[in-house]
Design a protein around this ligand. Structure first.
Ligand SMILES: *[C@@H]1O[C@H](CO)[C@@H](O)[C@H](O)[C@H]1NC(C)=O
Ligand SMILES: *[C@@H]1O[C@H](CO)[C@@H](O)[C@H](O)[C@H]1NC(C)=O
Ligand SMILES: *[C@@H]1O[C@H](CO)[C@@H](O)[C@H](O)[C@H]1NC(C)=O
Length: 398
């Protein structure tokens, strides 16, 4: 008997370790990990922002940023500058296993602050939560990437370099690479070689831009400024209203990344949420049914420090009008989003206002994903929400 138990234990152990080793495998697609050198030039600025070099500085910065009399937007600029450099951007390009009608339609998904690209592809339970897996299952290709300053991408100066307009330029170059085919030739050559990937991968004829939170600021600005480079937009966890950001930076419960309770190797000006901040911003709904303890633990385990220059420069990309964008736009809002909707997204949007922002858009829809908080990929029922998105795209010929 003892031997039988031991054998069973060993089998279980093997199964667990095998799944850990192959965790980068996807059921519905072939994926390649890429490190893409992106040359970008953009307007930038030196902002009047307190330095953050300790945990005490981190809270002081949040209070300064939230204080009503702190100068906002351009009033904080000390000097206008230009940033121009080549940055390493870590990305994952996935193509569906079965080549169908949609594998030349590429989703480019941009994550928000406090996370990296794993937000779209949580390993906790890919079948039930991964937007990447669900998108491949629906037959599309998908590119996810770590924005500048997080994950496996470069982490330059938090104050003067990692700023919103530069990130918009990086997204533009990634989109151009997808459209002109260089992304695919780069991916085909990337190690390890994968013949199956090369067989299915084909240059994007259409690109759908998908965002979450700060990634949705970028997505919205992208379709406004570079309208002809996008065929459709899915804007999740973001909508402009009087409630946007009402919770304030103090709600992050931030610490300086190197001295935080889960230390990260980062330079001055990178701040990271404590677990309580992760819950406050990202998890909501009925705590018995909306998410599990494992989802919250995982949401904390994959958190990333944020370079604070993103916040001082965000105003430059928020609320830009998109008079020329012709594709469909879906807003996918978590019902109880605390940071974006002050805890309740129902009834706070004005469809007519959205239509004025994008007067030529083929279709504009606002969908609410019930019983979820801001990080809705990490809540129960996530895949049912993704299906609402695919249905919207299909209705619009995508
Ligand atoms: C920076 O540029 C903006 C926009 O061109 C301008 O309004 C602002 O006055 C400039 N600020 C400084 C300090 O030069
Ligand atoms: C494709 O776009 C990238 C990014 O803008 C650019 O660097 C590259 O030169 C372009 N390649 C071709 C063949 O057009
Ligand atoms: C799951 O999400 C779908 C799509 O939004 C929704 O119709 C359904 O009511 C949700 N189920 C629960 C239990 O919240």
């Amino acid at each position: 008997m003892a031997a039988t138990f031991a054998t069973a234990g060993l089998l279980l152990f093997n199964a667990v370790s095998a799944s850990a080793i192959y965790s980068s495998k996807h059921t519905n697609g072939y994926c390649k990990q890429l490190d893409i050198p992106v040359f970008a030039t953009s307007e930038s600025a030196i902002y009047d922002v307190p330095r953050v070099d300790s945990n005490i500085d981190a809270i002081a910065w949040a209070i300064y940023a939230d204080t009503w009399s702190t100068p906002a937007g351009a009033a904080r600029i000390i000097k206008n500058t230009t940033t121009s450099d080549t940055f390493n951007i870590h990305a994952q390009l996935c193509v569906p296993k079965t080549a169908g009608k949609k594998n030349d339609i590429l989703h480019i998904a941009t994550h928000g602050v406090h996370y990296d690209s794993r937000y779209w592809d949580p390993e906790l339970d890919r079948e039930k939560q991964s937007y990447v897996e669900a998108t491949l299952r629906a037959g599309y290709s998908i590119l996810t990437y770590d924005r500048l300053g997080v994950g496996k991408s470069d982490k330059p100066d938090a104050y003067d370099v990692v700023q919103a307009p530069l990130e918009l330029e990086i997204l533009r170059h990634l989109t151009l690479m997808a459209r002109n085919g260089t992304l695919y030739s780069f991916a085909e050559k990337a190690k390890p070689a994968n013949a199956a990937f090369n067989k299915v991968a084909k240059p994007a004829s259409k690109v759908i831009h998908v965002g979450h939170s700060f990634g949705s600021f970028l997505t919205s600005a992208f379709i406004a400024k570079h309208s002809s480079l996008s065929d459709g937009a899915i804007v999740t966890g973001y909508l402009t209203s009087k409630y946007l950001g009402k919770a304030g930076m103090a709600s992050f419960n931030a610490q300086f990344a190197p001295t935080s309770s889960t230390p990260f190797d980062r330079p001055s000006g990178y701040v990271v949420c404590q677990k309580s901040g992760i819950q406050t911003i990202f998890f909501a709904g009925n705590p018995k049914t909306a998410f599990t303890k494992e989802m919250l633990d995982y949401g904390d385990a994959i958190k990333q420090p944020v370079p604070i220059g993103e916040f001082s420069s965000a105003y430059r990309i928020i609320g830009l009008p998109g008079p020329d964008f012709k594709g469909p736009i879906q807003y996918m809002l978590p019902e109880f989003d605390f940071y974006i909707c002050a805890g309740d997204c129902k009834g706070i949007y004005d469809l007519e206002e959205l239509k004025k922002t994008y007067p030529k858009a083929a279709d504009i829809e606002v969908a609410i994903q019930p019983n979820t908080g801001h990080a809705f990929t990490l809540h129960n029922n996530a895949t049912a929400g993704y299906q609402v998105t695919y249905d919207f795209l299909a209705k619009n010929g995508l």
